[in-house]
Design a protein around this ligand. Structure first.
Ligand code: PLP
Length: 259
């Protein structure tokens, strides 16, 4: 059976981060191990603070897990601090031969309005060390703008954003959550190929954990053997009913995809 590794922050509410990711893999019948990068203090409604795992401890956990289990896919989410980025890049390179797919969801800010990284060298280090060793990056609009260092004004600008990512070394870029005229668009760019666009009707609420859930489902379908454009469509189709249901329960449950 395929097995994935989630490297992400720990959200005790279960709405995002490693708990959400592992739940998504379980939904697809995929076993998931996880190594947390950071511990966050948050509820389904308020984000208080976070603290990074100490580098030596994080490295021991990562090494121990990779040596133990036959991991074939890696999902990376919140990284927090620059020094963990180097550790992850080192182990991804070391295990690249056995890893079918590495998906990086470049989480920079919690939906509950708190930055999830620190340090002036963080972004540069991610670009230099991590992006060349991942297969897919799945930024939302804001994350894409931050990485590409440009504001997006019109639909054609996404092409230029994708090219910036290619120049950082990651050749497949999924930009998610582009809201326009009542629909939400997902753009898939791959260097040398025509772009693919999917859209669904907009749900007028922003759920904590949606990005995590999407990227995990996408990796899950890749690991199950679907080609990227099918995996993408399947991930969107799997997530959308969850969002619709969560929007009906939003008064009871807050803006969290709890299930
Ligand atoms: N990872 C962790 C640990 C988080 O706490 C959060 C948001 O609070 C995220 C990721 C980002 O979640 P999303 O972008 O899916 O809302």
């Amino acid at each position: 059976m395929e097995r994935v590794l989630v490297i992400a922050g720990f959200d005790p509410s279960g709405g995002a981060g490693v708990l959400m990711d592992v739940k998504m893999f379980a939904l697809l019948g995929i076993k998931a191990a996880s190594v947390p990068t950071a511990l966050t203090v948050q509820s389904s409604k308020i984000f208080h603070s976070w603290v990074s795992l100490e580098k030596a401890l994080f490295e021991k956990m990562l090494k121990c897990t990779l040596e133990d289990l036959p991991i074939s896919g890696v999902k990376i989410g919140m990284l927090g601090v620059s020094e963990l980025v180097n550790v992850i890049a080192f182990y991804l390179k070391k295990y690249r031969g056995q890893l079918k797919w590495v998906v990086y969801d470049p989480v920079l800010r919690a939906t509950l309005k708190k930055d999830l990284f620190e340090g002036s060298s963080f972004l540069e280090n991610v670009k230099r060390e991590l992006l060349p060793v991942v297969d897919y990056i799945t930024p939302n609009c804001r994350e894409a703008e931050v990485f590409a260092e440009r504001a997006i004004e019109k639909a054609e600008d996404w092409e230029e954003v994708a090219k910036s990512f290619y120049s950082f070394g990651v050749k497949r870029v999924i930009i998610k959550g582009v809201r326009e005229k009542g629909r939400v668009y997902t753009y898939y760019f791959e260097e040398g190929r025509k772009k693919i666009i999917y859209s669904v009707p907009e749900i007028p609420l922003e759920f904590h954990g949606t990005g995590c859930a999407f990227s995990s489902l996408f990796l899950g379908y890749l690991i199950k053997g679907w080609e990227a454009k099918v995996a993408l469509k399947k991930a969107i189709n799997r997530l959308y009913p969850l969002l619709k249901r969560a929007s009906l329960e939003a008064n009871k449950e807050g803006l969290t995809l709890i299930f």
